[in-house]
Design a protein around this ligand. Structure first.
Ligand SMILES: [Zn+2]
Length: 449
């Protein structure tokens, strides 16, 4: 396939913007990049996709999400509104994940994938929980990711909160999926909920079960409660506690890290651990803001996720850009270039850890053809230098018209080609009342405990 008449944003380092360029794609890979006329002469027989002057960019990557949260949309939490994040976990997320069965795990993923294709997010790193459907849950998700045609990294969150048997089943699901997975666009990693729901014996079991060369995907200090719990358990903070089990490293994702201190930051920096930032979620849960600029200055590998919010990653760019300014009352914080470093470059390098033979998030010869077309027409000069500010102030996910993964077109001119959105939404909607009923019953069970 030959994509012609595009303005390429290559996200090479340094970035390049190339007008009236074309890309020739073969076997899921970008084979040649060059001026439109030259490539049209070189590949006269190729199937053409005329970008018509739109931007042609690498697809967006999400470093941390939860497909399983889809049924929370519009759902009422019974009783008085939760006052803090621990209450949100206990009264929203934990009773909801228990309400999911095989069909609703599948549909939660499907609706999230529809959303991802429409918003131009081509790689998703998911963190899954469904305590009443653990074994095979990652296969159920993988099957629909395959169907959608997207790229994903999957794991199951191990936790002690549902007893030892389910904790062991969670470990087994991670190990099984990592070992058995043969989906070419899917990788497995090892999920852990968070220090506050993981006892020492469980962490020991996870460290033993962890396959060689695999890291973990874990929430870290999203709220102060995680740190307080760790200090109570062992007198050390969360990052120091998990360090004892050898869980940090360049294949591990530590999500949030809102309340870690300078020493913990240093451990994550020294071990090359990825730290994913989810500004919309942090604002919604009122947990505070990570020390973004200090982390950048310390050389930490910060990435950008959405924590189950919409797969509109430019919304996360914008909120990261704004959040640190208002929290610190300092308009110099979270510079646009730093946001681009995090969201474009670091996310791509993180994704490549899971697909070691594949170059992602970059338009270069030999890279995966994970590409979006964006109908954005700048009315001021747009250069490599100021692109981050065009994205923050000008880009909307609704401008994504075409989404391509591994050389396959998943959406063309805003028409989804692999997924039937109305049918998927209707099927999810049909099951929603039962999910909400089971959720309500689970909340009532906690309240009357
Ligand atoms: Zn999360």
């Amino acid at each position: 396939m030959l994509i012609t008449n595009g303005t390429l944003v290559t996200w090479e380092d340094p970035n390049r913007i190339l007008s009236d360029y074309a890309l020739y794609i073969e076997d899921g890979v970008i084979k040649t990049i060059g001026p439109t006329r030259a490539l049209m002469a070189r590949y006269p027989q190729a199937e053409r996709l005329d970008a018509g002057g739109q931007l042609v960019m690498p697809g967006n990557i999400c470093a941390h999400t939860h497909f399983y949260g889809a049924y929370a949309r519009g759902m009422a939490i019974p009783g008085p509104a939760p006052e803090n994040f621990p209450q949100i976990l206990e009264r929203l997320w934990w009773p909801l994940d228990k309400a999911l069965d095989k069909d609703t795990v599948r549909l939660s993923a499907l609706v999230s994938l529809v959303d991802a294709v429409k918003h131009g997010t081509t790689t998703l790193i998911d963190h899954h929980a469904s305590p009443n459907f653990i074994e095979g849950s990652l296969d159920a998700i993988a099957d629909v990711v395959d169907w959608a045609g997207l790229r994903a990294v999957l794991c199951y969150e191990v936790t002690d909160r549902d007893g030892e048997e389910k904790m062991r089943a969670g470990i087994a699901e991670n190990v099984r999926f990592i070992g058995e997975n043969e989906h070419p666009l899917i990788a497995g990693t090892f999920g852990l909920h968070a220090s506050l729901t993981l006892g020492d014996a469980t962490l020991e079991s996870c460290a033993e079960a962890l396959p060689a060369d695999v890291g973990v995907h874990v929430h870290v200090a999203e709220h102060e409660a995680d740190e307080a719990d760790s200090l109570r358990r062992c007198g050390r903070r969360v990052v120091e506690r998990l360090d004892e089990y050898g869980l940090w490293g360049d294949k591990t994702i530590a999500a949030h890290c809102v309340h870690i201190d300078e020493r913990e930051r240093q451990i994550l920096a020294d071990t090359g651990t990825w730290v994913s930032h989810q500004p919309r979620s942090n604002m919604n849960n009122a947990v505070g803001a990570m020390a973004f600029d200090a982390m950048v200055a310390q050389g930490m590998k910060i990435c950008l996720g959405n924590d189950g919010f919409s797969n509109n990653m430019w919304a996360e760019w914008k909120d990261a850009y704004l959040l640190h300014k208002v929290v610190n009352r300092d308009p110099r914080r979270a510079n646009g270039a730093d946001i681009a470093r995090v969201a474009a470059y670091n996310n791509a390098r993180l994704a490549e850890c899971f697909f070691p033979d594949t170059r992602l998030g970059m338009l270069v010869e030999g890279a995966a053809a994970d590409i979006i077309l964006v109908d954005y027409h700048p009315y001021t000069p747009m250069t490599e230098g100021n692109l981050p500010w065009h994205i923050v102030f000008g880009f909307e996910a609704s401008m994504v018209t075409t989404t391509i993964v591994d050389g396959n077109i998943l959406m063309r001119d805003r028409q989804l080609l692999t997924l039937d959105e109305p049918a998927i939404a209707a099927e999810a909607l049909e099951l929603a009342p039962r999910v909400w009923e089971r959720y309500q019953a689970n909340v009532a069970a906690i309240t009357h405990r």
